[in-house]
Design a binder for this molecule. Sequence first.
Ligand code: SF4
Length: 363
Amino acid sequence: MSERPYIYDFSQEELAEQLRAWGQPAYRGAQIWDGLYKQLWAKPEEFTSLSKELRTMLSEHYRFTHLKPSITLNSSDKQTHKTLFKLPDGNAIETVLMRYDDRDGSQGRRTLCISTQAGCAMGCVFCATGQMGFRRNLSVGEIVEQVLYFARQLKAEGEHVTNVVLMGMGEPFHNYKASLAAIARLNDPKGFGLGSRHFTISTVGLIPAIQRYTKERHQMGLAISLHAADDELRASMLPVNQRYPIKDLIQACREYVEVTGRRITFEWALINDVNDTPEQARKLAALLRGLNCHVNVIPLNPTRGFAGKRSTRERVAEFRQILEAEGISCTVRVRRGIDIQAGCGQLAEAEGHKGQQPIQISN
Ligand code: SF4
């Protein structure tokens, strides 16, 4: 790894401190912050608002990138783009850009699905990232730079990032501090300025972290990967359920909604004859009764790494119908980028284990 520290790992105060130590006036710090997060400059030479001397100092003291784009795949409809980034220590992560056009009522959303860890310790059976095991947490800068990388591309097209979901590789609440710090960084109105409500954190259900998040009263969206409505089935797919059973998880969700007044989302990957039965739908409805929530269901992408198959169209419709009849709002999500295996972890896994092509559902 480079000996120079990585500039995106520093807060504005820390950078200002460094500039003071170099004898620079305070406004230089604000200029650099603006250049990094508003102008989206990626190299010291682009900071034309600074003196040449200061630009040289920046390049001598800081590294401006940790992410090396290695493979980018574009879906045939050009709406989904997935990039594998190599990190300086040899690990790899993935980020996905999803474009939604105005036709589907999404008002031209440009959503980024970002990673918070290289690998993942949660071991969800249908997930390529889980199958890789845990490599390491990403730093604040490594999480932030994924967004800046795509923001630069969109800017060149006259567009911008509208939404960021922490649903890529890793469990964001297992890297709580860096994930929340990265959001705070991107939310900063003096910098990138993306509003809190444009972020969604997705968790597999780490109850202590949900409780902490509730206590801190964040304004970002919260999504829970549920996937099953009873402990036996859920534990067979998500090992975390052995530690944090459904009853306790839903209780933590109820507390979150009560304290924050915010709606919570549940994610459900529909797997044929596993969790798409009317019985599971009814159990789910009973579990969520009276809770201000929304359920997103998405048919599973068939994979080599996991024997489960996606639900049929009829089963998906029936599942949704049962929930809605019970007063639970439900959306069937459109599967995106199937032709580029947009499930996170696939590219990283393919790099590390040539020949295998497991696919995952992100949390
Ligand atoms: S689904 Fe999410 S939490 Fe589960 S193993 Fe994959 S990345 Fe980790």
